[in-house]
Design a protein. Structure first.
Length: 135
């Protein structure tokens, strides 16, 4: 399966640690992860399914995002969406991220409602691709 790998950095807003991000974009799927090199588990990760072109965008649907409870509400998941949406804007992918079409867990509903209320989504409900802020 063809897959392009990207890397970025995330700055924890409380500890100011710079933590590596790993992003994979490929045919049919994408994923993003924030994982400290000294830890065995990811602090935050997300997977996305590509459903093809809907006439306007190459649709990538969120299929599961999780953040370690110790790192929730610190911007980790938002950073995953920001970098992935930024990379998907590239003409090679011409893609956009949408919430899952399946029922979201309570935290997922809160996450997407907050994204809408704070201007992180476009009018069509997709995540904006211009929010990534490189360090």
């Amino acid at each position: 399966q063809d897959e392009d790998m990207y890397s970025a950095s995330f700055k924890d807003p409380l500890t100011e640690e710079i933590i590596p991000m790993k992003i994979g974009l490929g045919t049919g799927r994408a994923y993003a992860e924030i994982k400290h090199p000294d830890e065995s588990l990811s602090r935050s990760k997300g997977s996305f399914q590509n459903w093809g072109d809907d006439g306007e965008n190459n649709v990538y649907e969120s299929r599961g995002t999780s953040t370690d409870p110790r790192h929730q509400r610190k911007g980790y998941a938002t950073a995953l969406y920001n970098i992935l949406a930024h990379l998907l804007k590239d003409k090679k992918y011409d893609g956009a991220i949408y919430p899952s079409s399946e029922e979201l867990h309570e935290d997922g509903v809160k996450f997407w409602n907050n994204a809408y209320e704070t201007g992180k989504t476009n009018l069509d409900g997709s995540w904006r691709g211009d929010l990534y802020d490189s360090l």
